[in-house]
Design a protein around this ligand. Structure first.
Ligand code: 9MR
Length: 391
């Protein structure tokens, strides 16, 4: 599609979304025959939502799902565990593994013919206290032994059940961090914040490469991702990821994908280099993905947009993210970070911001929802893949 055509389609879809919201209340309650995101999606794109197994999917009775569970399984065909596969959940004490919440996600997914996106194996947040207490005294070899055991056990537990794993999450510094750059002016890996990179700060790339190798050995079919925020467009951080990806691939590391989280905010402009960024990673032979999409809006005390026009602007941001993904056949998953405002992480963390997901807190689809669904439908006449398989 040409740029003009994309813009025209986006404008048409946006106008249509606005009409649908007001004119078709029946569509707001998806039944068996209503179109849904997962029904409209191309067969080569997973459309996902984060969900917290221990909180949102427990208990789960397939014959009597909650409204949240019913919409999740009807609209999406992929789930990312919002917190259940992180270190603090899966290995709360050394060598003691707990898969209660994560297994609830997998059970729900299997019951509803959904895929599971694993998240995550190496991150500077949500590490258990025992790791935070010990890591400063670890040698690099000790850190590697701990990480290898964790990755081997966790990835092995879910072998064959996870199609994409975020192996390395948020490993580079933000450009605005005080210590963002090294002596050579290169953006630094988070060797001061990530306990494992800290212990291996003399060779952090070696640790990362091993992490991917261990994950691959434990589940050769899972596509292994690096994932971060503020990496949608072409910028200093994505240049650093691009260079790291090239090095890993040259070293024969089983890196399979690059994920842009997509935590956007209407107070910032939309970065139109998203598609070009995805294309450069795809040209390396990697898959790409939008892994945690949401779009924050300025809200009042009731969580409603202060500026009514922001409802449509939000739909446009969602639409542009999805369109960039649809335009790159190697973009294999598009995931929202919870689909309803009632479960979103945003209000607790960004004062005065909210309304970030495609559904209101009382499960009414927003214009953003219709924009996503219409773009999926428009991209895939007859539900075909975006490119013929093997071409
Ligand atoms: O949504 C998650 C929230 O429930 C947790 O409290 C938070 C703690 O770090 O992590 C949130 O998820 C993050 C994700 O794992 C990585 N990218 C940023 C997400 C939002 O903070």
């Amino acid at each position: 599609m040409t740029m003009q055509r994309r813009i025209a389609v986006l404008a048409a879809v946006t106008a249509l979304s606005a009409t649908l919201v007001t004119a078709a209340p029946a569509l707001a309650t998806p039944g068996m025959s209503s179109p849904t995101l997962r029904k409209e999606a191309p067969i080569d794109l997973h459309i996902g939502s984060a969900s917290w197994g221990a909180r949102d999917l427990t208990p789960y009775d397939p014959k009597n799902p909650t409204q949240y569970q019913q919409i999740l399984s009807t609209q999406f065909n992929s789930i990312t565990p919002e917190n259940d596969m992180k270190w603090d959940a899966t290995e709360p004490a050394p060598g003691v593994f707990d898969f209660t919440g994560a297994d609830a996600v997998v059970r729900f997914a299997e019951a509803n013919h959904m895929a599971v996106r694993g998240h995550n194996l190496l991150w500077h947040n949500q590490n258990p206290q025992w790791v935070m207490d010990a890591y400063k005294s670890w040698t690099c070899d000790q850190a590697k032994a701990v990480l290898k055991d964790h990755i081997t056990t966790v990835v092995g537990h879910f072998k064959g059940k996870i199609y994409q794993w975020d192996v390395a999450n948020e490993i580079f510094h933000d450009t605005w961090d005080p210590n963002a750059y090294d002596a050579n002016g290169q953006l630094r890996l988070r060797t001061d914040q990530n306990p494992f990179l800290y212990a291996c700060s003399s060779d952090p790339v070696g640790l990362l490469e091993d992490a991917f190798r261990w994950a691959h050995a434990a589940d050769p079919n899972a596509v292994l991702f690096m994932n971060d925020y503020a990496v949608e467009g072409i910028n200093t951080k994505t240049d650093a990821y691009y260079a790291l990806a090239q090095k890993m691939l040259a070293d024969g590391v089983p890196l399979g994908g690059f994920g842009a989280q997509g935590h956007l905010d209407l107070d910032y402009g939309f970065d139109n280099s998203l598609q070009a960024n995805f294309e450069r990673f795809a040209k390396l032979g990697l898959q790409v993905a939008i892994t945690e999409a949401d779009v924050r809006v300025r809200v009042d005390a009731n969580g409603q947009p202060i500026n009514p026009a922001d409802v449509q602007r939000q739909a446009d941001y969602y639409g542009r993210m999805l369109q960039a993904c649809l335009n790159v056949p190697q973009c294999t998953s598009f995931t929202v970070w919870q689909y309803t405002d009632s479960k979103s992480w945003v209000p607790g963390v960004f004062p005065g911001k909210g309304y970030a997901t495609p559904y209101t807190a009382d499960y009414t689809p927003k214009p953003a929802y219709y924009t996503l669904r219409n773009l999926l439908a428009e991209a895939t006449p007859g539900r075909s893949p975006r490119v013929p398989m093997g071409s």
